[in-house]
Design a protein around this ligand. Structure first.
Ligand code: HEC
Length: 182
């Protein structure tokens, strides 16, 4: 009985706050949920403009492992990267070790731990046409290009990996390829 009274009181209360004069703003429970307050980076930076969709300033490069990539996702882009693009990292134990770690996470499922194309997705025939690295004419530039843009059934890995990680993987793929060709 007591519960019914409480429910009744609640119903009356809600109708009072929701049904009065339509012209004045109604009482809002948690107004933040009706009117979101966008985080205003402009005000913080003392800039004017669109507060939400701020684009990076032209010509700048984001910190934290990103770098501009100039080779287009075309056959010409591939060929140019293949000839001109060189690994900026030195072949150190550390780079190679991280390359191996990243390769194990992102590539073995298709390419196999040895790079022979026998990863479990390949064995399960989920992805067809995964090559053995030794059967392809690859350079450090072409491997990097494929990581950036993908190739046919292989997707781009540009968003999962930083600039440095990609080059570390390239280093490791070259080691695998050399081992496969022995
Ligand atoms: C989902 C499966 C899949 C994953 C994951 C994958 N690849 Fe591939 N990869 C392929 C397929 C399929 C091809 C063949 C593309 C073609 O030539 O049609 C390929 C081709 C390649 C080639 C040869 C490209 C060329 O120029 O001929 C390289 C090098 C390569 N992958 C490296 C990698 C590396 C490094 C990773 C991890 C960062 C990776 N792949 C992750 C499926 C995958």
């Amino acid at each position: 009985m007591k519960n019914i009274k409480i429910i009744f009181a609640l119903v009356v209360f809600t109708s009072i706050i929701s049904c009065n004069d339509k012209r004045t703003p109604q009482l809002q429970y948690m107004p933040d949920m009706y009117e979101s307050v966008p985080y205003n980076t402009d005000a913080e930076n003392g800039l004017l403009g669109d507060p939400v969709n701020l684009k990076p300033v032209a010509g700048t490069i984001a910190r934290g492992g990103h770098a501009a990539y100039e080779y287009l996702d075309t056959n010409e882009g591939y060929e140019l990267a293949k000839t001109n693009l060189k690994n900026p990292l030195e072949a150190t134990e550390e780079n190679l070790a991280n390359g191996k770690a990243m390769y194990t996470i992102y590539c073995t499922s298709c390419h196999g731990s040895k790079g022979d194309g026998n990863g479990y997705l390949s064995q399960a025939e989920k992805f067809l046409g995964i090559p053995n690295y030794k059967d392809r004419d690859l350079t450090e530039g072409s491997i990097y290009h494929v990581l950036m843009h993908g190739k046919n059934l292989m997707g781009s890995h540009s968003s999962q990996l930083t600039y440095k990680e990609r080059w570390q993987i390239v280093q490791y793929v070259e080691v695998l390829r050399a081992d496969l060709s022995k």
